[in-house]
Ligand binder design. Structure first.
Ligand code: HEC
Length: 280
């Protein structure tokens, strides 16, 4: 007896609207990411590449810019997906995204939104759905998307962002691309709290001679810390008008983000140029 041969339906995935939702690696969404289709390499398997989220403690209802950067030395095209959740209830959306022209919003039901009570995702724009292609075919080094995010209107506790990034090879296909995932948790700052700021032009070279005291290099001094390129910098001096910090040792050269935190409140990131031989 032979089994009957059933014709199974063939689903052509018409991939006209960029990546599907629920692909940031968030455990609450099943932990899946772009490697469902971009499967030449395992997720996060190449230490030369990364996806980095930059965001600050939120003041309820006060918009801020969340940055997602994808990097890899060999990649030539870029993509991402970002979501924001309540740490206390990671299946629930935290705040809302306002996508700009280099971004596209997609709700968990695969519709464009507004997502109302559904979780929401922001991704790059794809030439098939937008006149503006924010995958930037042919560009090297990496790409950063700046996403406007309105936090919850009231203090709902800590928020966690999840992102997946695609450092793609610009083949126009889903092969040869490297997928990275990350997450970032931010807290809520008290409304009316004073947020520190960095004056434009306020990041300058400083002498480091006086800093090393007994071989002790703190990354926090009087509740003040500085992040350079998302890594903690060593603090030698903190006063209301000046903070001296030694950039952490990494091989990043070029534009890096400097964020100043004081007592739990963080400044906007200031982008400064970092040179290989000038770590001060
Ligand atoms: C359902 C399958 C599927 C998933 C999931 C998926 N992709 Fe893709 N992706 C494709 C296909 C097919 C292509 C090639 C055709 C095209 O560009 O539309 C592609 C192409 C791309 C490219 C261009 C690649 C190149 O080398 O030119 C980028 C960038 C990209 N996807 C980003 C992402 C990101 C970021 C995610 C996860 C958030 C993701 N994709 C998830 C199917 C998928």
């Amino acid at each position: 007896m032979f089994g009957a041969l059933f014709a199974s339906p063939v689903f052509l995935i018409a991939f006209s609207t960029g990546p599907p939702p629920l692909r940031t690696g968030a455990a609450a969404d099943g932990g899946i990411n772009c490697t469902a289709c971009h499967r030449s390499f395992d997720v996060n398997s190449d230490p030369r590449g990364r996806v980095v989220i930059t965001a600050f403690n939120y003041t309820p209802g006060v918009k801020q810019t969340v940055r997602v950067r994808v990097e890899h030395p060999e990649a030539r095209r870029w993509g991402f997906e970002l979501t924001a959740r309540l740490v206390n209830d990671p299946g629930r959306q935290a705040g809302a995204f306002t996508p700009s022209r280099d971004q596209r919003r997609v709700c968990s039901n695969n519709q464009a939104g507004p997502c109302n009570n559904l979780t929401e995702f922001v991704t790059h724009t794809h030439p098939a759905d937008s006149s503006f292609d924010s995958t930037f075919p042919g560009t090297v080094g990496g790409n950063t998307w700046e996403i406007e995010w309105t936090p919850p209107a009231t203090n709902e506790g800590a928020v966690i962002f999840y992102a997946a990034g695609n450092a793609a090879d610009n083949s126009g296909s889903n092969t040869g691309d490297r997928i990275f995932t990350t997450s970032l948790t931010i807290g809520a700052s008290a409304p009316g709290g004073i947020r520190p700021s960095i004056t434009r032009g306020g990041v300058v070279e400083a002498s480091w001679d006086a800093a090393i005291q007994g071989g002790n290099l703190p990354t926090q001094l009087n509740g003040v810390s500085v992040m350079v390129n998302n890594r903690p910098a060593t603090i030698s001096f903190a006063s209301p008008g000046q903070v001296n910090a030694l950039a952490p040792i990494d091989d990043t050269v070029g534009d890096v983000q400097v964020v100043l935190t004081n007592g739990g409140a963080s400044s906007e990131a200031l982008v400064v140029r970092k040179a290989a031989a000038a770590p001060a």
